[in-house]
Each structure stands twice: as C-alpha cells, then as structure tokens.
Design a protein around this ligand. Structure first.
Ligand code: MG
Length: 503
C-alpha cells in the first residue's frame, strides 16, 4: 500500500496538502532543537529562541487558517465515510486545533521567550547550586502554565489541562490513583532489597574510568546488534541524552560520556534507542502527515524503558554485552557476567532522578507530580519549593539533599515550561511491563528471545502492536488494542517483585 491508497478521500487529500507546510515548519523546529542541544554556539540561544517562537507562531497561523479549518470541519462531518487512517488524521489535527485555538498568540510567544530565558538561568543556577537565580523564572513559568491551563479548560482540576497536553486523556485523579498504587507497593520491595542488600548498593566499576573513544565503539556495536539503521538515524553527544524524530527517515539520539561509570552512557543509549525504534517503525505511508509522531509520551517512554530495563538490564542481555565490552574496554574482562549484572542493577536511594535505579525511579516522579499539582493550584510558592522537595525526598527515600543542585534544580523540565510531563515517565515504566507480558504470551520468554538474539522478532512485535500506528489512536485506545486492557500497574509491580526479590 502507498499513502495514495491510504488517503483517498478528496477533502483529506486537500487537508494533507495544506498540512505539508506545517509539517515542514515542525521539521525545521525539530532540527533547530536538536542543533541547540548539540552543536549550537552558546551565545546563539536568544536568536534561536526568537526564531523558534516565530516558527511556532507561523505554524499556529497555518493551522488556524480559515480555509483549512473549513476543510477540517467538512471532514469531521463525514467521519463515517472515512477509513481509519483518515479518521486518525482528523482526530490528531482537531486536537491540535483545539489546543492552539484555546491559547492566544501573545501567550504562546510569551511562553516561548520565557522558556529560553528560564533555561539559561536554570543552567547557571544549577551550576552554582543557587535556587535564587532560577526562582523568578520558575515563578513566571508556573504562572504562564496556570494561565495556559485556564485557557485550555478542565473539568475537575486545573492540572488536568496540563496533563492532557502530554498524555491525552490523563487526569490528576487517574494519575494519582496509578502513582499511589506504585508508591505503596514498590516501597516495601525497595526497602527489603536495600536493607537486605539483595542487590549491591555500590560497585567498584562505578569509579573505573573508561576511554571515551573505546566507549563510543561499544555503544555503536550495541546499536549494530539491535539493527540500528545508520542510514536513517544518528548518535551524537549532548549534555542531556534525548531522541528527536525529525522525520520518519531522520531520527537522532544522543548520549553523554562522563569518562567513568560506563553503564551511564550505555543505558542512556539503550533508552534512546527504544524511543528511536518507535519513530523508525511508524508506517512509512504516514510521511508528512500528522500521524507521523507516536501516540503519546507515556507510550513513547514505554518503548525506551522496555529496551533500557526489561531487555537491557536483564541477566541475559548482560551475557550478550559481555563480549562486546571485553573487546573494547580493557577493564571488564575480570568481571564475570553475574558481577556485571549486579553492577547494572545497583539499588540505592539517589538524589538525582536520572541516576536512580528501577526501584527508586518512580518516587522521583511522584514527588514532582505532587509538587506540580500544588504549584498549579496555588498551594505551593516558589519560596517554599526547595524545602518541600527535600522533605518529600526524605519521606520517600530517606535521604535529604544538602544543596539545590541535587534537589529542585536537577531537571530541565520546569525551566522549559514542561509542567505535567513527569507522570508520563512512570506511565512508561508501567506500560513497558504490560506490553512485555503480551510479548511473552505471543513469542515466549523474553529471556530466551534475548539469548537467541531474536531482536528482529521483538522489533517486529513492537511494530505490529504499537509502532506502525503512529498517532492514529488515542493512547488509551492503542493500549487496549495492544494489550487487551487499559493501563494496569500490577504487571509492572509483579515484574519488579520477581526481578528484585528473587535475585
Ligand atoms: Mg525517555
């Protein structure tokens, strides 16, 4: 099938023709975003911020063009005559239009500029571990998010409007119920594992320095093992690892090289690989259409968590990694597979979210979720925020940050206006286990699939169940289609219990 077969309705064809320009602007913005995190000279941030905000204003204008909206309305009136792909196009565009219509142009411009400024001051504040440098910018971002939530509208809770931006259909009530379940059931697992040292709380390999060029070879070979298509994808270096799908044939991931504790760069590559694979396996017929992206951030994160943790941090994957590590690094040979497995699965409370293990990670998310909810509802001021953060850290993980760089200043999200984003990380963890269960039902034990290096089979499964659909379905609908039920944290909790309590 080609895209001309998929999209046959004349109105949809006209809509897609108009959309190509919007797609092109998005393409340019993604590339600019990638550049500003990788190779852009520092001083260019104001110019880049201005250019990005102008492009997003232009994109909004094109989306809200009267002719275009009339066509979209026409398509909405004949949904029953459209095929599933065409309905997906209408659904995604209609949602975007609703969001853009709700937010005034001035506010969008103001938010874009506020983000660039806040980001720069956040970098400085974190470097000096001085929250006061960031405080006024955080306050402005919170106020802008609250304003945006009011314009977007909500039924129960102001925070719902923001959650929905990142995970369509997610509400505070729903997220709270899911996160509370995870918190209450993972806490005793974590405490048992940590107190009885079922997994180590530290490892000598953490301090071992590696040669960066050698490590680059490891990362490349691991990506080769997973069939990373270099002709359609890249791996670069950035301060914070990320993935960007610039187009269906241009997907880019990054990692960082600290020079010691090699699991950090390795697992960030596996994580971003999972994101990249999703983008790379979307139906090629969706090229230049609004269906090009994934279904949601939560589902996207489930794919990265799947490769990073369920595959990557398994005993079986460790045995496959071992010869690759021994070939390029001169210090791994003296550690056997079991020791490497333990090193990859150190369990201990940490201040920094991105350094945390599978048993503590979700507490970092729950903390941020609670704080965001309070910020947005005016129950927490920026003045009290660092103290609130530290108190919750102590409550959840029994450790208290001594400086704000290891507390409230650690994440980029709030500086760039991402409020409501964090819960999607835990949704991703939950979904990664829920999807794995279906995979095991259909293909057999994951441990065997890994040992037999049947990565192509795993990739095909993910493509068939999730990836190929792109943005066609609402996240909830896609989860149901793929797993036969709505999001259910019990598989994730069971997975953690099995993995960590019977080491
Ligand atoms: Mg991710």
């Amino acid at each position: 099938m080609s895209s001309t077969d998929i999209f046959q309705n004349e109105t949809i064809k006209e809509i897609l023709e108009h959309y190509r320009v919007i797609w092109a602007l998005g393409h340019a913005s993604s590339l600019m975003g990638w550049d500003s995190e990788t190779y852009m000279p520092k001083q260019a941030y104001m110019d880049r911020g201005t250019a990005s905000s102008e492009l997003s204003v232009l994109s909004r204008k094109l989306l809200l063009d009267e002719n275009f909206l009339a066509k979209l309305d026409k398509a909405k009136d004949m949904m029953d005559d459209l095929n599933e792909y065409e309905r997906g196009v209408v659904r995604v565009l209609d949602r975007a239009v609703k969001i853009y219509r709700a937010l005034p142009e001035d506010l969008i411009r103001e938010m874009a500029i506020a983000r660039e400024e806040a980001r720069v001051h956040w970098v400085q504040a974190r470097y000096k571990s001085d929250f006061n440098i960031f405080k006024p910018y955080l306050e402005r971002n919170i106020n802008l998010s609250r304003k945006a939530a009011e314009y977007l509208g909500y039924e129960e809770d102001r925070y719902d409007a923001l959650l929905d931006l990142f995970e369509e259909g997610l509400t505070y009530r729903k997220a709270k119920s899911i996160l509370d379940q995870v918190a209450s059931q993972v806490k005793p697992i974590f405490e048992k594992v940590y107190n009885e040292e079922l997994f180590p709380s530290k490892h000598t390999l953490e301090d071992v320095k590696y040669d960066i060029e050698a490590m680059k070879k490891v990362n490349k070979e691991v990506l080769d093992l997973l069939n990373y298509p270099w002709e359609r994808a890249r791996l670069d270096v950035s301060a914070h690892p990320f993935t960007t799908g610039i187009s269906l044939d241009d997907v880019r991931i990054t990692t960082r090289y600290e020079g010691y504790d090699f699991r950090r760069t390795l697992y960030s590559v596996l994580h971003e690989y999972g994101h990249a694979l999703y983008d790379l396996q979307i139906d090629p017929n969706f090229k230049y259409t609004p269906l090009e992206g994934g279904a949601s951030l939560g589902i996207h994160e489930s794919q990265s968590r799947f490769w990073e943790n369920i595959i990557g941090r398994s005993r079986e994957f460790t045995s496959i990694l071992k010869p690759i590590l021994d070939k390029h690094l001169d210090f791994t040979a003296k550690y056997d597979e079991e020791e490497l497995y333990k090193y990859f699965n150190i369990v201990r409370p940490t201040f920094i979210r991105v350094d945390s293990d599978q048993l503590t990670y979700d507490f970092h998310i729950i903390l941020r979720f609670r704080m965001e909810h309070m910020f947005i509802n005016g129950e927490l001021t920026v003045d009290d925020a660092p103290e609130t953060w530290n108190n919750m850290m102590e409550e959840f993980l029994g450790i208290r940050p001594k400086k704000d760089s290891e507390g409230i200043l650690q994440d980029i999200h709030w500086s760039i206006g991402l409020m409501g984003y964090f819960p999607t990380y835990t949704l991703g963890n939950i979904l990664s286990a829920q999807i794995s269960r279906v995979l095991e039902k259909e293909l057999g034990k994951i441990s065997n699939l890994i040992l037999e290096k049947r990565f192509t089979d795993i990739q095909e499964f993910l493509k068939e169940k999730i990836h190929r659909y792109g943005g066609m379905y609402k996240p909830e609908e896609l989860i149901r289609k793929a797993t036969g039920e709505g999001i259910n944290p019990s598989y994730y909790i069971e997975y953690l219990r099995n993995k960590f309590l019977s080491p």
